[in-house]
Design a binder for this molecule. Structure first.
Ligand code: GRF
Length: 195
């Protein structure tokens, strides 16, 4: 069984990174995290990935002249690690054409809503403000838009009106942590990379 070399991009806590890492350890996902890319030097995910012995690129966008130069630096690092597939997990930045062209249909994202509803930042907050009865989680391919790429998998969550934001977040994360590794495994099988 071949293991797909993936890079996880994250900007925050990294609970989805951890779920992916654990799925790999448990042999539920035939992949190897060969790199983590993080644009926020203070993000928790950096410490977590380093403790796992993963190569981390901590990179600050505004130290580059433009997005192209920033993504070119990331690309060089990804090539060095022989990355085949990019997994966005709470990476709070739009992917530009440099990375999109280098990884056609090889970049996916997870978003905490049932797209196309509640695109963009704070999707859970948007659902609360809208008084939504249902929200959920979407895994999708990444294109140049904000959460607009082709949908791969979705799972809904009925919202109990008594739940506060923290509770909703807990349920959303629970779904994400299962759905993301599962969906990645299906993608890799379809690609004929494994199995
Ligand atoms: C997740 O809810 C994901 O859907 C969104 O950002 C959040 C990241 O959480 N894109 P974590 O950093 O993986 O804990």
């Amino acid at each position: 069984m071949r293991s797909v070399k993936i890079a996880v991009f994250a900007s925050g806590r990294g609970s989805n990174y951890e779920a992916i890492y654990e799925a790999i350890q448990a042999k539920r996902l035939d992949a190897t995290v060969v790199a983590v890319v993080c644009d926020k030097p203070e993000a928790q995910v950096i410490q977590t990935a380093m403790a796992h012995g993963i190569k981390v690129l901590s990179i600050v966008p505004n130290t580059y002249t433009n997005k192209k130069a920033y993504e070119q630096a990331i690309l060089t690092f990804l090539h060095e690690q022989q990355v085949e597939f990019i997994v966005l997990a709470g990476y709070m930045r739009l992917i530009g054409e440099t990375l999109l062209q280098a990884f056609p249909r090889r970049i996916v994202n997870i978003h905490p809503s049932l797209l196309p509803y509640f695109k963009g930042k704070d999707a859970i907050g948007q659902a609360i403000v809208a008084n939504a009865k249902v929200t959920g989680v979407t895994v999708h391919y990444v294109d140049e838009g904000m959460d607009t790429g082709e949908i791969i998998a979705q799972e809904g969550l009925m919202l109990n009106p008594t739940w506060n934001r923290e509770t909703i977040e807990r349920y959303v994360h629970r779904i994400e942590h299962q759905l993301y590794p599962e969906t990645l495994q299906k993608i890799f099988r379809k690609l004929g990379k494994i199995g």
